[in-house]
Design a binder for this molecule. Structure first.
Ligand code: NAD
Length: 255
């Protein structure tokens, strides 16, 4: 039995990863935060996992809540034997998009929430999944970062700061968990037309600019990233550790 835990499994990269891992023979634990209106999208992911013949356990819960996380990890322990979680994907999009200074400037509360959900929550999930013995030798941790980690986009400052936290957490986990045979990598996806992207102020311009710049002639898709994650879960990728891996068709390095 092999299971992948996906934080943000109902949409965008997380949903594509859930489908791709199910097709590749993994069961899926998904955590997501959705209102009733987006339940059809959740149901569609669940149906595709079932159609692939795999099991899915989805939890509609704030992944940054300590008590909720403890409950979910306890449930995974009931469902999955030790060592059977082969991967943890952090793909949460839940941040405040606001300038640091000026009209509607970011508040301390918004900043801390963004840093917590989109950054440091990875650490606590890693603690619990490794500490419980669910994620062990041969395990993988991935976290979704973006070009906004090293570029300035209007209003993206809080998320950019969270990406710095996330990338730093990945480096630290890569070194701390290497002796246990667990690898950790940040995945830098190109600009991708998802629900989260559409919330960034000026997202149309971001999409246009990425399309113009991308030397591969199109935007990144969630499936581009999901396919790479399945490859990275293979034992053949055991020595890939501590990287920020660009998955963007060359967009980030193109002038
Ligand atoms: N779209 C892009 O262009 C792009 C590019 C690079 C990196 N990323 C990153 O990829 C990640 C996923 O983004 P996406 O574009 O797939 O977004 P999305 O909006 O399509 O999906 C976000 C997912 O996170 C879940 N979620 C949000 N807050 C949550 C919470 N508190 N607890 C549990 N679940 C929660 C949602 O339910 C959903 O499943 C983000 O970290 C984003 O910054 C996005």
């Amino acid at each position: 039995m092999a299971t992948i835990v996906i934080l943000g499994a109902s949409s965008g990269f997380g949903a594509a990863a859930a489908r791709a891992f199910a097709r590749a023979g993994y069961d899926i634990v998904g955590v997501h935060l959705d209102r009733r209106g987006s339940q059809p999208a959740v149901d569609a992911v669940l149906a595709d996992i079932a159609a692939a013949g795999r099991q899915a356990w989805f939890f509609n819960q704030n992944a940054a809540d300590d008590a909720g996380r403890a409950q979910i990890v306890a449930r995974i322990q009931e469902l999955c034997p030790p060592g059977s979680v082969k991967g943890l994907l952090h793909s949460l999009a839940f941040g405040s998009l606001a300038p640091f200074v000026g009209d509607r400037q970011i508040t301390r509360k918004q900043m801390e929430m963004t840093l917590d959900v989109m950054g440091s929550s990875l650490i606590y999930w890693a603690q619990d999944l490794v500490g419980s013995g669910l994620l062990g030798d041969g395990g993988r941790i991935w976290a979704m970062t973006s070009a906004g980690s090293h570029m300035v986009w209007g209003g993206y400052g809080p998320v950019s700061a969270a990406k710095a936290v996330l990338e730093s957490a990945c480096r630290q986990l890569a070194v701390e968990l290497a002796p246990r045979g667990i690898t950790t990598n940040a995945i830098l996806a190109g600009v991708t037309d998802t629900a989260a992207l559409r919330k960034i102020p000026g997202s149309d311009l971001l999409l246009e600019g990425a399309l113009r710049r991308n030397p591969s002639g199109r935007l990144t898709t969630p499936e581009d990233v999901a396919d790479l994650l399945v490859l990275l879960a293979s034992p053949a990728a055991r020595w890939v550790n501590g990287n920020v891996l660009r998955v963007d068709g060359g967009e980030d390095i193109a002038g």
